[in-house]
Structures are given as C-alpha cells and as structure tokens.
Design a protein around this ligand. Sequence first.
Ligand SMILES: [Mn+2]
Length: 467
Amino acid sequence: MRQTCPDADLAAASEVIQASDAVTIISHIDADGITSESILSQAISRLEIPVKTAFIRQLDPLTLHQIPQDDSLKIFSDLGSGQQVLIEQLGFASDQVVIVDHHVSQPSESEYLEVNSLKYGEHKTSAAGIAYLISKELDSANTDLAKLGIIGNVGDMMDREDLCFTGLAKTILEDAINYGNVEIWKKDLNIYGISTRPLPNALAYTDDIDIPGISNDISGAQRFLERLGVVSPHGKAWPVWQDLSFEQKQSITSALVEHVIAHNRSAERMFIDHYLFLDERREYGPLLNASEYATLLNSCGRWSKPALGSAICRGDRGTSYLEADIMLRNHRAKIREVLEYITDKGVSEYSHMLFIHVGSLFPDTIVGIGSGIALSRLNPKKPILIMCEDSMDETVTKVSMRTKPDVIKSGVDLQAALSMVAEKYGGSGGGHKIAAGAFIPKEVEQEFVEDVNRVLAEQFGTSENNS
Ligand SMILES: [Mn+2]
C-alpha cells in the first residue's frame, strides 16, 4: 500500500478525469478545500468537461444529501480519505471516485483511487498541493495554478513547523516562481499581516515569537518603532511591512534580534519565508500574500460562503471581492471578540492542557481559530481545548483543540487524542496533530476533558521521530 512516489496515482487520476463526461467536486470549506476545488475545477473546465461543485463542512451522515446521485465522476477534495466506508455506503463504485486528500486514510472494500500526500511520506503538502499536481498532469500548461496550491498549503499551516516549504510543496513553489505570479521573500520577519496590518499591530500580535515589551503591547511596539525612526506619517495610518524600504526592514529586524537575545529569548523562530503575489493589485490588500489570502478564504468558508472564495480564486475581483472583504472584516472582529472573551474570562489549567467552554456565545465555526490565537497569550506550552454548543444540534458539543509546533515535537498528536476519546463516547473527531476537532454528546463534557488530559499526559514526552 505504502508508496514513495505519487506519479502512478497522478497519472491514474488524470486518466479517469479525462475519460469522464462530467465531474462533481465535493470539497471542504476551508482555505485548503477552496483552493483545491478552484484548481481542479479550472483545470477540468479547461478540458471542456462540465464540472460542478458541492462544498461541505465535513463528510458525515448529515452532509451526504449534498452529494448528487448522478453519473458524474466524484472528486472528493481535502476530505474523503478518512470517510471511505461512508462513500462506499452511498453506492459509488471504485471507478466513480477520485480522492484528493492529505488526511489519515480509512481503507474500504472498494479500493478507491486515493491521491493522498501521506501515502508518499509527504506530511507537509496539503490537498491543494495534490490538486495542483493533478492539474499539471492534466496539462503541463497549468502552472499558473501553482499559486493556489501555495495558498492552500499555507492555509493548512504546512510551512509552520519548518518556517518554509519542504518536499513536494517546495517543487510546487518552484513552478509558481517560474510561472511568475509568485515571489518568495526568504527568511523574512515572521509576522502575520505583512500587506494589511499596521506595523505595530503586526509586531504586537506575532504568534511564534515572544518579544518582551512588544508582544501583546501595541504601544510598546509603537515606541520600539519610533526609537528606530519608523513613525506613522502625520495623521495617517502606520505603514505595513510590505511597504517599508529594504533599509527600514533591515534595521527593524536586527534591532528585534538584538532585543530578543538581550532578554535571553530564542530568535530561532524569528524568520519565515513569505509568498507575495505579483499579479494582484495594491488595493486588494488581503490578496497580496499567501497567508492573508488564506485567511480571506477561510472567512468565506466559515461564514458559509465558500463559493465566493472560489470565485476569487478564479480571478473575480468585482462584487465577489467586495463581499468577501466585508466578510473578512466581520470575521476578524468576531475572532477578536472570542480572543477577548478567552483572555478576560481565563481558562482552566489542567496538568497537560488548557480548557474553556464558551457555550453558545460564538459561532462554532470560529472558536477554533480564536483559541489558536489566544494560546500565544496564555500558556503556549500546553494545548488548548475549547468547547462550544453545536449550532445545528443542542445535544451536541463541538470541541476544538490547538497547539504549537514545539508541543508536537514532544510527541503530542491532537488528532489522535480527540478521535480516540470522542469515539469512546459515541462522537467523532479528526484533523491534524497541531489542530483538531470533534463532536461529542453534551452530557459527557466533563469526562471527555479529563480523558483528553490523560491521553495528552501519555503523549507528552514520546518523541515524534518514530512517526
Ligand atoms: Mn486540508
């Protein structure tokens, strides 16, 4: 079963697609799912094969009715690998299905064609990366779509551990750079919002680096910048990182490194590769770099408008962009609210994790993101578990967990922990080592939290190297 090279699967997927009369893509609603869908639908349309899309929040018995029961080829993207038994129950034969995924696989009798990066030992290439490789197999001229592959990979945080792309994701990046719509800023400052966030905010809210007197302190960040001669032009907004001169960037970066080292902190995670988009115009700020573009797509998905994100990926800069921009602002405001709530109310500290229940105060689609950001301001050494009511069913509780790359290195695997404990109580879980979610019956909340803490206690201290 285990292979090291995706070539045979890519060729097989390409063959099945080219032989089909019509295609339906069933894709996940996050940035990786939206970019995967947009890559596949564009590549397939270019072959003049009719293609339709169904975006779903996850593949489970509740969403099955959204999958059309027709003769079209079904491509499951950014989902499906872990739900093959369910796909089988729908009655799809093995020649009717292609799975494009990077989640843990569940075998089924039907032996569906599964193009999954994990099969090739590629843990840092997401579904959008695989979708791009299929598009390139369909037509080698599709390298314009590599850009979308990069957005999906960044959206799924495939670059977070190494602070750059590795493996297959790196070859996709090379295609994008050669095509010319992507530029890489190598080992640049590791901050989020380089195209739209006022610089003091970007510095104060870095996720990865703890800068004394600057992290979580906007006025501290302003004073730091003013000392270096970087000021907000009179009465105008602060500049964004992208608009600074090379000399300004250099002086800020070296002052930060000195500052961090002077405070005996590590400067190890200070630098990251940024991906800038040369084909986007300045007024579309959130589309100018991969991580902000991914946030915009995530906000479309989280607010039930994944098709809007897909239209933007296909190049719509008119009404779709305007609508998505409003949604993004709303998304950010809501995440800020979650964040403030969590930091104000405080979390319960267990031996191996942090826990908070936000009830029905926030939509279940954003609490995970909010908790991930809150983690940096609480105790990043422990994973955070956040619970909220499921908006669809009040007898169900939605669980989200987030942690940091360093914690993964000590053996923690949130996907494994949540799946195992959720299944024990008749629920289900999934996701990744660093970010995972689950649905559980409401009445077992307390036992669930204690069990997850116990599982984490066992995971801590077991090294990742044998995985
Ligand atoms: Mn994904």
